[in-house]
Design a protein around this ligand. Sequence first.
Ligand SMILES: [Zn+2]
Length: 249
Amino acid sequence: MIGVSFKTWLYKEPRKSVNQPTLGRHHTQYFDYTSYNLPIGKNFRREARRWPNAVVPVLISPGQFNNQEIQVIQTGMREIMSKTCIRFVNYAGSQQHPNYIRVTANNEEDCRSSWIGMRTGEQQLTLGHGANCIHSGVVAHEFMHTLGFWHEHVRFDRDRYVTVMWDNIRNGRNNDNFFMVTQQQADTFNLPYEFDSIMHYIWNLFSIDPSKPTLVSKIQGRQVPRTHRYDLSQLDALKINKAYNCRGF
Ligand SMILES: [Zn+2]
């Protein structure tokens, strides 16, 4: 018994500002380990990596989150639905939904999507209780990975916009979260680099010394964000709508 119904989410929600509940204090630090050691490469642009008809079945693992946490998770999903044609629907079994996302928790310090885009069968989106994942913006960020999007700061052209401070990054150059991806792996849809993307890391994520940055802007007047945003930027929504050929957004 799941105890949560996504049925109403099948319908387009009116555009409105969403509630942005968070739990506890306002968090600025979280840990995000999207697995990159996967055979993503050239397959990224294939339609198979996108969810057919922009419908994404989701199962929130029963018993792993309390009601308040579920509300935050739903708020993150609604944020995507309110600005795009993506529809998260309640997982209805493997017959009807052979491919689906399981939202799960652990006690580790990680918020993670196990895959970029859709894969066959179950794929996991982990919101660890040991980190600050229960934040609707972080939830939306992780769901954007599952829709097929990489981090903004790993775009092929990022060196024009940011400097990566490798010496202050945990595991330094072995930290997969700062590696660039090629144009073949990640379509930028000819949209400009966006510091304010929900897919851009904040300034000191994965730092050894959190008082110092891991990413520094090279563009005068532009800053790497200090806090994680709650909502999709206009360009984030546009990216999704282009990838999924959404009409009317
Ligand atoms: Zn991420």
